[in-house]
Design a protein around this ligand. Structure first.
Ligand SMILES: *[C@@H]1O[C@H](CO)[C@@H](O)[C@H](O)[C@H]1NC(C)=O
Length: 267
């Protein structure tokens, strides 16, 4: 995918990063896995005392260190604008794995009451102008592509993970249709067309698990709203991610060799 030069300039300017010092590299000889996302992945979830994010549990399920950099309320756009993708790129070294999973905060329109998080609709280089700030807003696919390139440029591999579903049993009947951000992750993977970038359909893995668990068990995982889960729900979301990685749900990812055995089968 080719971007207009203004976009390439943006990507390169924000993508410029210093190499790790020899001391940094020596201190962390083996690979590290970084997890970038929103409150559904973040430590303490929505920070309300009763929810948690799946990034709190992933470390127990891998044989390499897991660093959870998820922050509540973030979208691909706001994580980019706050320089958070870049700050992770400053730490990443060759052989590391970076998992990117957004979608819960990326909906809405930047053109109408822009909340600073909504992405411009579209699959590529479409742009919108924020009605609140005049900011040029790019698509979800665009932000993800720019972020992934920061890491592949340093010799890391990237896993584009699709967002977890909301409670699919909320209405009493199972409703499993994925949001458009699931498709957007696939589009970003396709556009990057790099052996260093793979997809894992976490949404699909959790959906299969939720169908299997059934209505009452799934409703019990949502103590406050239909987005944030209990600690148990977060642990199950981490287990479904690991099962998907271990069984190469959408292709074999770089994390597969670092899955702790035995894998708990949850779907
Ligand atoms: C991931 O693979 C599963 C199993 O083949 C499939 O059902 C799902 O649609 C795939 N997800 C994406 C986003 O391509």
């Amino acid at each position: 995918m080719k971007f207009p030069s203004v976009l390439l300039t943006l990507g390169l300017a924000l993508g410029a990063s210093s190499s790790p010092t020899p001391a940094d590299t020596a201190a962390r000889a083996g690979p590290t896995a970084y997890f970038l996302g929103d409150s559904t992945m973040a430590a303490r979830g929505a920070n309300d005392g009763s929810t948690d994010g799946w990034g709190s549990y992933i470390g127990n399920l891998l044989t390499i260190p897991a660093v959870n950099r998820a922050i509540g309320g973030r979208s691909a756009r706001s994580y980019w604008n706050e320089g958070r993708f870049q700050s992770v790129a400053n730490e990443v070294k060759a052989g590391d794995v970076v998992v990117i999973e957004f979608g819960h905060n990326d909906g809405g329109s930047p053109r109408v009451n822009d909340n600073g998080r909504s992405a411009c609709p579209g699959y590529g280089t479409e742009t919108c102008v924020s009605d609140r700030t005049g900011e040029t807003v790019y698509t979800f696919v665009f932000y993800v592509i720019q972020a992934a390139r920061l890491y592949t440029a340093k010799g890391a591999t990237v896993i584009l993970s699709t967002q977890t579903p909301n409670n699919q049993w909320e209405t009493g009947a199972w409703i499993g249709a994925p949001s458009r951000f699931v498709d957007y992750q696939r589009r970003a993977r396709d556009a990057l067309a790099s052996s260093a970038v793979t997809l894992v359909d976490h949404h699909e893995a959790v959906s299969r698990m939720y169908r299997r668990l059934g209505r009452n068990a799934v409703n019990a995982l949502y103590p406050r709203d239909h987005t944030h889960t209990s600690p148990r729900g977060a642990e199950l979301a981490a287990q479904s991610f690991v099962q998907a990685i271990s069984q190469s749900l959408n292709g074999t990812t770089s994390l597969r060799n670092y899955v702790r055995q035995p894998v708990t089968i949850v779907y």
